[in-house]
Design a protein around this ligand. Structure first.
Ligand code: ZN
Length: 325
């Protein structure tokens, strides 16, 4: 191959790679674009607040918040009262939903669910003009379980200080994002893209949207996603033996950690294998069985996940039949 041809091939590969990256779905931390002038005029009709991602929510209802004072206090424009305003906003939100979700302020960042800090400048892809909330998810077929939220708030806006009222509404808005809410088109909503200074509490539709999103109890849901078994027959001198190989995939498609649970594999009424496992939301495991030997021939294997129902689940149906191919 000529040298120039090699360069051409490299360039073509690079272009294909760039096109491929360009065509991929956006990352989960890319949110709706910020409100532009093309947006329809605000409606006062209350419509449900959409979620940032389909079925996005936390898998618990007590959330710990860490406010990073060390970083915040050096930010130009930061005022000590912001902390109380933020706490007030969290309390107001919690009270408006009959404390279905509560917030606990903690002094250690390591275990906190929501990290909050005031900054001088927001990141380039920030969701809002004066704030930004970044979410991490554990994604399963049924849910996007929020595992961490990082809230950044501007200490002052372009051209001046932020009023108490603005900081209060901004705080409720970003906590709304931290709970998984997207933007609302209703001006009465705390999730309206622009901070409405006059708001003192979430709108009835905000409340309904949060209660709806958090309607399901925070439980795991374990089940067999897939199972494949194959059989070989070995002819001994006077009898036959059957060798089974299998691959079982079990998932936690629920909202919270499973804790320890048993997976038992039965053939012909006998347990041929039993294993204790733990799965976080969205996590799955694959069990591999090799050369399980029996003297009897069977064509069906039953897999029970948490047969005794020791674990409370969203769906307690735990029996799976696998045909032996
Ligand atoms: Zn927003």
């Amino acid at each position: 191959m000529r040298f120039t041809t090699v360069i051409e091939v490299v360039i073509i590969i690079a272009l294909i790679a760039m096109l491929y990256v360009f065509l991929q779905e956006p990352d989960e931390d890319v949110f709706y674009s910020s409100p532009g002038s093309t947006q329809a005029p605000a409606q006062s009709i209350d419509t449900p607040v959409p979620l940032i991602e389909e079925n996005a929510r936390w898998g618990k209802t007590t959330l710990s918040i860490f406010i990073d004072l060390e970083i915040s206090q050096d930010v130009p424009g930061f005022r000590g009262e912001f902390i109380d305003i933020f706490r007030d906003a969290a309390d107001t939100l919690s009270n408006s939903i009959q404390n279905k979700i509560t917030f606990r302020f903690v002094s250690q960042p390591s275990a906190a669910d929501i990290h909050v800090r005031w900054v001088e400048q927001l990141r380039a892809d920030s969701l809002d003009a004066i704030g930004h909330t970044e979410l991490n998810f554990s994604v399963s077929p049924s849910f996007s379980v929020i595992s961490k939220a990082e809230v950044e708030l501007l200490a002052k806006k372009e051209g001046g200080a932020l009023s108490r009222e603005q900081m209060f509404v901004l705080s409720m808005h970003e906590i709304g994002h931290a709970l998984g809410l997207g933007h609302s088109e209703s001006k009465d909503s705390i999730m309206y893209p622009e901070a409405q200074e006059s708001l003192t509490k979430p709108s009835p539709m905000d409340v309904e949207s949060i209660l709806e999103a958090y309607g399901l109890e925070s439980l795991p849901d374990l089940y067999v996603k897939e199972a494949q078994f194959s059989k070989r027959i070995i002819n001994r001198v006077v009898f036959k033996q059957y060798l089974y190989d299998g691959k079982i995939s079990v998932i936690n498609d629920g909202l919270s950690d499973s804790g320890l649970f048993l997976i038992s594999i039965e053939a012909d009424g006998n347990i041929i294998d039993e294993e204790a496992k733990k799965l976080r939301p969205g996590e799955s495991i694959i069990l591999t069985l090799q050369n399980v030997t029996t003297d009897s021939d069977f064509s069906e294997i039953i897999i029970n996940v948490d047969k005794e129902n020791d674990v409370r689940e969203l769906n307690e149906d735990n029996r799976y039949r696998a045909e032996v191919g």
